[in-house]
Write a new protein. Structure first.
Length: 244
């Protein structure tokens, strides 16, 4: 999309993100999974957003840092109880240098795919590798791509239907560059609101190769935060993947 930048999604979504249909509202399983991996050092979240995961981790006593391109999202984080305890850097997590080492770096809810080129995704792995301590772990939560959901490289889905409001997702797929351009259209009596999102998806094997290029290796891959086995046929599933 023309004029779409690293902060576009966050700047447009910040005001509705925490209540948006499709955003997981229960963070307990995610936090429990990540807590088991934390070592003695601090934690870093890539795309920290409004603090859905960072805040409960901080409440559990961990030192949590975050990176996000959107000031609107991080303003929402800082406005929540405990938000000021999260050390936030405004920037692009394709290329960062905090000067610190972390026992855990994580990125959840498909946010890794907000990096819109393979080059940026590779650079992110390299940055993470340089920021991990000796026993540090990098965790990615992401969907498994399913090109079959597109017809003629397009898709229209009804995400929410109420008496006085409907939310549609319209998407266009570029299979060569593994890019999906979408708009969430929230329609009501007061008008239509536009929430754009652009992603560059990657296959599990591609993520594994990026990790190897950064000097890391695959440690575990699960279907979800409950550590259910990753299926051989992974259509319509997500993955939580750990690299070390």
């Amino acid at each position: 999309m023309k004029d779409y930048g690293p902060d576009t999604y966050g700047e447009r979504m910040a005001g509705v993100y925490d209540e948006w249909a499709g955003v997981p509202q229960n963070a307990e399983e995610t936090v429990a999974f990540l807590t088991e991996l934390v070592g003695p050092g601090p934690i870093l979240e890539l795309g920290v957003g409004t603090g859905r995961i960072a805040l409960p981790l901080a409440r559990n006593g961990f030192e949590v840092h975050g990176i996000d391109a959107s000031r609107a999202m991080t303003d929402r984080l800082r406005g929540k109880p405990g938000g000021e305890s999260i050390r936030v850097t405004i920037g692009d997590f394709a290329n960062f240098d905090t000067g610190l080492r972390f026992s855990l770096v994580y990125v959840v809810f498909n946010t890794f795919f907000a990096l819109l080129s393979q080059e940026d995704q590779i650079r992110c792995f390299g940055c993470v590798a340089r920021h991990l301590d000796e026993n540090g772990v990098f965790v990615i939560e992401a969907f498994v791509p399913d090109p079959a959901r597109f017809t003629n490289y397009q898709s229209v889905q009804a995400k929410q239907i109420e008496v006085d409001r409907a939310v549609l997702e319209v998407s266009r797929h570029d299979p060569v560059n593994q890019r999906v351009s979408s708009h969430n259209l929230a329609m009501s009596e007061t008008g239509i609101e536009f929430y754009p999102v652009e992603i560059r998806y990657a296959w599990p094997s591609e993520l594994d190769l990026m990790a190897r290029l950064a000097g890391m290796r695959l440690r575990e891959r699960w279907s979800n935060w409950r550590r259910e086995p990753f299926p051989h046929r992974a259509r319509d599933t997500s993955q939580s993947t750990e690299y070390k």
